[in-house]
Design a protein. Structure first.
Length: 445
């Protein structure tokens, strides 16, 4: 059963809407029901509604819930994705406008790290390279191309990053490749610089539903505006108290920009919490009361107060991990709480090591969420690179992954020249590497 603010958020379609949704307030259900409302009551075609979230896992879960709500006849046309997947879709359709070949590649983090390392001075330390990589990513997330990044550079490190950014983009262009940040930056450039193209996409995507809006960066917000247009046919769901990704470019101030850019913006607050006991909410309210708020809210619940919150004082990380393991054992053995009903939350991956050690010593079974998956291991990705290239000889990203595995002494400069020659002849890089006339040109340069 929906509460009154939830029903209001679902039924409001007269303009732009911001739903401020506290933790556990049923925001995903609002998105699912609003998706259905747009189809069942406004007769919008299912493929004209885009639901956008921030992780592939969240997109998969939302797709399952919406498909279940709508039924099999609508499931095939659902447009539910991350911002990056939506950007990829735009580029796949508009690749010619973006100056890309149809079969462009998207390089993963490992591949782009290797590329940046090849382009950096030999004396560049790993931590310095990571700083430069972060600065390049921030420039892209601000919608800046290399020239603009150079103009905005205010420190020696930023100027160095801008120079590396320019070389990096030249190399990506030679490879007919993009990185993840380009999946937002390039569609944004297309839509902001081509009014006719932007209008076509607004007619294609007539309503936008954006989840976790507080995590949007500058480029993602501008992409939302470019797709929504001045009419603002969208619902953004977010919570400034849950913004934890400022370190990677997220801007909770985008919440206030919505009101400036769309003066008719309606704001609806979801404050009833269905997840937590009363004591947890009181503690949460006491903590977030110190935050700066554009739209103050106070979470409440009809659930009982629940047991008191315990705070454990510990000497160090190892002592903390031992006490946590001891508490888990106590709940399991004394109160028969199943292992899968207990969880440990921590702020950074660096804390996992001490916890894992303590759990193993206590013989507590555990599963580490977010750990490096089997398919993300370097050796597995190398083998998959060969298999991808066998299955699709036009996969330039796979070619770049394995061209020096085993080591063949093919330098980055030669690969850039090969990529440019392949582009000029409209060939995949593997085919170009087999052409004697191309190899002879590379050898003479």
């Amino acid at each position: 059963m929906l509460n009154s603010p939830q029903r209001a958020a679902i039924k409001y379609t007269e303009g732009s809407l911001l739903v401020l949704a506290g933790a556990g307030s049923g925001k995903t259900r609002v998105i699912v029901e609003k998706f259905a409302h747009l189809i069942e009551h406004l007769s919008l075609p299912v493929e004209s509604i885009a639901a956008i979230t921030f992780t592939n896992k969240a997109a998969r879960e939302m797709r399952l819930r919406i498909a279940k709500r709508l039924g099999a006849e609508h499931a095939g046309g659902l447009q539910i994705s991350t911002f990056h997947a939506l950007g990829l879709r735009i580029l796949q359709i508009e690749h010619a406008q973006a100056g890309l070949k149809r079969n462009f590649s998207v390089l993963d983090t490992d591949d782009t790290s290797g590329l940046l390392k090849d382009l950096s001075p030999a004396a560049c330390k790993p931590e310095d390279l990571q700083t430069l990589r972060t600065l390049i990513s921030r420039a892209k997330n601000a919608g800046l191309d290399p020239l603009a990044a150079s103009e905005y550079a205010a420190t020696p490190k930023e100027r160095q990053a801008a120079e590396l950014y320019a070389a990096y983009q030249r190399r990506l262009a030679a490879y007919n490749a993009l990185d993840f940040d380009d999946l937002i930056r390039l569609p944004l450039q297309l839509l902001e610089n081509n009014a006719e193209l932007a209008l076509n996409w607004r007619q294609r995507l007539r309503y936008l539903l954006v989840d976790e809006y507080q995590d949007t960066n500058e480029a993602q917000y501008r992409l939302l505006k470019a797709l929504a247009g001045p009419q603002g046919a969208f619902t953004c769901v977010g919570d400034d108290d849950q913004s934890i990704y400022a370190w990677r470019g997220a801007r909770p101030e985008n919440l206030s920009l919505l009101g400036q850019d769309y003066p008719g913006l309606r704001v609806i607050k979801l404050e009833q919490n269905y997840r937590c006991a009363g004591r947890v909410l009181r503690a949460a309210n006491a903590l977030i009361a110190h935050n700066e708020h554009l739209h103050p809210k106070r979470l409440w619940s009809e659930r009982e107060a629940g047991p008191p919150i315990r705070v454990l004082a510990c000497r160090n990380a190892e002592h903390e991990a031992e006490r946590i393991a001891s508490r888990l054992l106590e709940f399991h053995e004394r109160y028969q709480v199943a292992w899968h009903e207990q969880a440990i939350l921590y702020r950074g991956n660096h804390q996992a090591r001490a916890l894992e050690k303590a759990l193993r010593l206590a013989r507590v079974p555990y599963r580490l969420s977010g750990a490096l998956s089997f398919l993300d291991r370097a050796e597995v990705k190398d083998i998959l690179g060969y298999l991808r290239l066998i299955a699709n000889p036009e996969d330039d990203a796979a070619f770049l992954r394995i061209v020096n595995l085993p080591r063949r002494e093919i330098g980055p400069g030669s690969l850039e020249k090969l990529g440019l020659a392949a582009q000029a002849r409209h060939l995949p890089m593997l085919e170009a590497s087999r052409r004697p006339e191309i190899l002879s040109q590379l050898a003479t340069r």
